[in-house]
Design a protein around this ligand. Structure first.
Ligand code: ZN
Length: 208
């Protein structure tokens, strides 16, 4: 049995990035996404019964007075869960240059790199038209430093209206993003690993 925590980046008060054209807050989107992903659990034909999923988002039941409060709450939560296998926190990217686009996944601990490679591989199969920005090793992020089994997903840029149109406005793509994330969790839980030697060159680019 593997326990996977699905977590929404930021919280109800400090909501992260904002797209004023679409009036979408980062926290609002990622919270809905992890709830939709979690609900796939109950269909019975998507996730392996060997996976136990937990949802974590910081709503107004928590007293939040500083933007780092939610990170501390998440660390405390995880410290009480020694059986947790993976902590997936979802964010959306944002940048001053609104042309910045694409998807990336962040990790710190080498033990989580296998999950990142599966995510990269699946993303590139489901969304060959989207830009893949890479698997990024980050040592300067509180979440990745304090929660050893964590990865951060950043599937698109909230600051890019084309990205928002593709992944929020288009329900097909939204559902495909749900399914490919679910598939990645299943692949990872079943011990599947990407074999570099057997990958065709054009697929290798997604793992850089
Ligand atoms: Zn964020």
């Amino acid at each position: 049995m593997k326990t996977v925590v699905l977590c929404a980046g930021h919280d109800y008060r400090y909501k992260g990035a904002y797209n004023s054209d679409y009036r979408i807050h980062e926290n609002t989107f990622v919270k809905q996404f992890i709830i939709d992903l979690y609900n796939l659990h109950f269909r019975g034909d998507i996730f392996s019964p060997e996976i136990r999923m937990l949802l974590l988002y910081i709503d107004d039941n928590y007293n939040i007075t500083h933007k780092n409060d939610s990170l501390k709450i998440k660390s405390r939560f995880v410290n009480r869960m020694p059986e947790m296998s993976l902590f997936i926190e979802m964010h959306l990217n944002s940048f001053g240059n609104t042309n910045a686009t694409g998807s990336e996944i962040l990790y710190n601990n080498e033990a989580n790199r296998g999950f990142c490679e599966l995510f990269a591989f699946n993303f590139n199969i489901y969304f060959p038209w989207a830009r893949w920005r890479g698997i990024k090793h980050r040592t300067n992020l509180y979440l990745l430093n304090t929660i050893k089994k964590s990865v951060i997903l950043e599937p698109f840029f909230l600051s890019n209206n084309k990205d928002v149109k593709s992944f929020v406005g288009n329900s097909n793509n939204y559902n495909m993003l749900l399914m490919m994330t679910a598939k990645t969790i299943n692949d990872w839980a079943s011990g599947f690993r990407i074999n570099y030697e057997k990958l065709l060159n054009y697929r290798k680019k997604c793992l850089i």
